[in-house]
Design a protein around this ligand. Sequence first.
Ligand SMILES: [Zn+2]
Ligand SMILES: [Zn+2]
Ligand SMILES: [Zn+2]
Length: 258
Amino acid sequence: MNTVNVTILGCGTSQGVPVIACPCDVCNSPDLRDKRLRSSILIKSEKATVVVDTGPDFRQQMLREKVKTLDAVLITHSHKDHIAGMDDVRSFNFLSKKAMKVYASPADQAVIRTEFAYAFGENKYPGVPKLDLIQLDEQPIIINDLKIQPIQVLHRHLSVYAFRIGPFAYITDANYISENAMKQLEGVEYLVIDALRKEKHISHFTLDEAIEVSRKIGARKTWFTHISHLMGKASDVNKNLPENMALAWDGMLISFDL
Ligand SMILES: [Zn+2]
Ligand SMILES: [Zn+2]
Ligand SMILES: [Zn+2]
């Protein structure tokens, strides 16, 4: 049996919560569940450690969770709040003496090559991150003892990858899931899904839309991520959610067996 531990490294939207200089009640709440770094998860099995997305808070997240080795990074899409911290994988490069495997779609690879051009040039400055870009498509990804199934979802018009590992699925930055993708999500018991806020948004699920998707999938437990300060305080929102659903919080752990 292989026990997999998924840690929520961050469950905030692109600005994080609190938002810089925001006077609202949520941003000034003392509740630790109202402090959200940018969205990312850590997946740890017996033989593999993987991070999904390297947002602007990647360094802080690695330090907080005391991550000592990292086998690979999976990129859902190349919006800044999901890739901005990639430079800091070099700490792992220095220890492992190897390039970091970064799984990204061809379109996202092109963005990474532009944003981090200094890591791909001919005469690189010493100490720049070593990134081994690997094609991410619909094929399962095998990292040591972990098998991860990428599933394409839509973030308005943009293709984003969700990831499924056995009974667990992680869907960030989405507002549309095709029938084909819904089929690939059949049987998921533990779901982490994008729910930006209560009001409609052009590229993210609202809380009600995310609840509906969770019900369609029939997940036993659902946690919402990529949360805006406009969602309200965690303690208020959680009171009105179905019993098997809650807002995620930074540092939260989900464990399951494969
Ligand atoms: Zn995002
Ligand atoms: Zn605020
Ligand atoms: Zn996005």
